[in-house]
Design a protein around this ligand. Structure first.
Ligand SMILES: NC(=O)c1ccc[n+]([C@@H]2O[C@H](COP(=O)([O-])OP(=O)(O)OC[C@H]3O[C@@H](n4cnc5c(N)ncnc54)[C@H](O)[C@@H]3O)[C@@H](O)[C@H]2O)c1
Length: 365
């Protein structure tokens, strides 16, 4: 039976109220015919999924849609290596081949890879069609499905091609986490912890207190964690939709994390694992400056360890390699690496003043 547990609203700027949208969090939502009929309203549907998620959920979502106009399913191979223009072209070919019109609705059923590509395909299709995110990884539920960043990778780097295109709604059915592999689930928790660190110290404490329920995927605990994460992300996106300021705070742990992914080669550590290591590094730097208590860093390290997340870069990653990798990141403005540190727990600060020696201290200690 469907149960809506929470709804979070992404309220965009006053001039774009019509683009504001809800995030529905609950269970059984994927198969709730009455909700889907209301959301789709008889329009055509292009359902995009991957070959790990589709076999579990695509048929039940399809039947929940009931009577729709044209219906197309695009099932893509799973994995980051398929997040490129060629795959988006496949989505567009299928939609055009089935003669969908701009009124058709794209539905992204999957993790962040499917969400990013489907959103981008929808942004390009006949100059912009609506889409709904149905995220099925924890990372996608708390992060990538919210905020309207869509796109694909290029040989020159990750997410270099894309568009801001907000979904019409985000439907988080927590039941889908039942089939998510443990490693993917835990990697998603890293982004949840991030929201506590950057915006809500009480949430950080709550997460630590509920570590074992979180790890066990206790439904109400996960629902609360997803809700609070979405509230924080929604607030940041509402404040700074196009990342000219506060949205950069969401990159806490990512400057180091992206560099680790780059040095290791993508696919060694999951993104969330690299971010977990990066957050410990950023927290240690913040603590070395007296901005947060050493006890907070110790809590973060213990929490990561209890979940099985890394607490620092893997062997062989030196300060020089990190600096090289960080300088070639697309987010580097005018050759300066910008670090997101904490000025206190729950409040980040952006700074360029981190030296090679500071970074060496994080690796050799
Ligand atoms: N747009 C944004 O704001 C934003 C933010 C963060 C990350 N991202 C992007 O998100 C992507 C990573 O997303 P991800 O971590 O969800 O990875 P993913 O989409 O690759 O999913 C991970 C794996 O889990 C499988 N899977 C997904 N849901 C499942 C389920 N319920 N049951 C069983 N298997 C399931 C997928 O098939 C895949 O093999 C990256 O491309 C990253 O750039 C985007």
């Amino acid at each position: 039976m469907a149960e809506a547990l929470h709804t979070v609203h992404v309220n965009l700027a006053a001039d774009s109220l019509e683009r504001s949208y809800p995030i529905e969090i609950g269970r059984g939502l994927l198969t709730d015919t009455s909700r889907w009929q209301q959301w789709v309203g008889g329009r055509g549907v292009v359902l995009v999924t991957d070959d790990q998620v589709g076999p579990h959920y695509a048929a039940s979502l399809h039947s929940a849609l009931g009577e729709v106009g044209r219906f197309t399913t695009v099932q893509l191979p799973a994995g980051e290596q398929h997040k490129h223009m060629g795959t988006v072209q496949q989505i567009l070919d299928a939609a055009l081949g089935d003669r969908h019109e701009r009124q058709s609705l794209f539905i992204a059923l999957g993790g962040g890879v499917i969400g990013d590509m489907t959103g981008f395909a929808a942004a390009c299709f006949l100059r912009g069609a609506d889409f709904i995110q149905v995220p099925t990884t924890l990372l996608a539920q708390v992060d990538s499905s919210v905020g309207g960043k869509t796109g694909v990778n290029h040989a020159m780097g990750k997410n270099l091609i894309g568009a801001f295109h907000q979904p019409r709604r985000v439907v988080v059915d927590l039941d889908t986490l039942g089939t998510l592999p443990e490693r993917e689930y835990v990697a998603g928790l890293a982004e949840v912890i991030k929201y506590g660190l950057i915006r809500d110290s009480a949430f950080f404490d709550w997460l630590i207190q509920h570590a074992s329920d979180l790890k066990a995927r206790h439904l109400e605990t996960v629902a609360t964690a997803v809700r609070r994460s979405c509230e924080v992300k929604a607030a940041v996106v509402a404040e700074d939709e196009r990342e000219s300021g506060a949205r950069a705070h969401l990159n806490f742990g990512h400057t180091f994390g992206h560099a680790i992914e780059r040095i290791q080669g993508y696919g060694q550590w999951l993104h969330g694992e690299a971010v977990a290591a990066g957050m410990v590094m950023a927290a240690r730097l913040s603590s070395a400056r007296g901005a947060i208590e050493p006890a907070t860093v110790a809590q973060l390290i213990d929490f990561n360890q209890s979940l099985g997340l890394p607490i620092g870069p893997p062997p062989g990653v030196t300060a020089s390699k990190l600096l090289d990798a960080m300088s070639s990141d697309k987010k580097v403005a005018a050759g300066k690496v910008r670090y997101i540190l904490l000025q206190r727990l729950g409040s980040p600060v952006i700074t360029e003043s981190v030296t090679k020696r500071d970074i060496e201290g994080l690796i050799d200690a």
